[in-house]
Design a protein around this ligand. Structure first.
Ligand SMILES: [Cu+2]
Length: 158
């Protein structure tokens, strides 16, 4: 009986450790596909778009983003208010296990504001995405022309 209790207590302790650990737990994983952004001017704002694929077995959530090029980086959604479309920050974007979510122009996106340098078409900018379970994932975002509406064909970021 005592042995059983100890084993159980050990399991409970392990369980809570796994929950609070910043390290990647088994069964988690988010793949970031086709990150891209529109060209933007120094001092201005730039939107970044990408597909988040959850290869894990539990839901995960994109909690925050950051880029060394931007003063602030937020996760935005686009909502209709009467006749106008407005952007507003969201706390998180949930990605179901085995599913994917695409951030695209006119929808949810990563908003980089106060750019310390221009986003030039043909270059890449680093972006770190932080997930509740998968932790921090750094990607290189391919900058396209200012009027682009989709990622360049054939471009895959790893
Ligand atoms: Cu925005």
């Amino acid at each position: 009986m005592t042995i059983h209790r100890r084993a159980l207590a050990g399991l409970v302790a392990l369980g809570s450790l796994a929950l609070s650990s910043p390290l990647r737990a088994q069964g988690t994983g988010v793949v970031v596909e086709q990150p891209w952004a529109r060209a933007a001017l120094q001092g201005g704002n730039g939107g970044a778009f990408l597909t988040l694929r959850n290869t894990g077995t539990a839901p995960d959530r994109l909690l925050s983003a950051s880029s060394p090029l931007a003063r602030t980086t937020e996760i935005h959604e686009t909502v209709r208010e009467g006749e106008v479309m407005r952007m507003r920050p969201v706390a998180a974007i949930e990605i179901p296990p085995g599913g994917s979510v695409t951030l695209r122009p006119g929808g949810a996106h990563v908003m980089m504001t106060g750019l310390s340098g221009p986003l030039r078409a043909g270059t890449t900018v680093p972006l770190t995405l932080t997930f509740e379970r998968a932790g921090a994932v750094e990607v290189q975002v391919a900058v396209q022309a200012a009027g682009a509406s989709a990622p360049a064909a054939g471009h895959h970021a790893h």
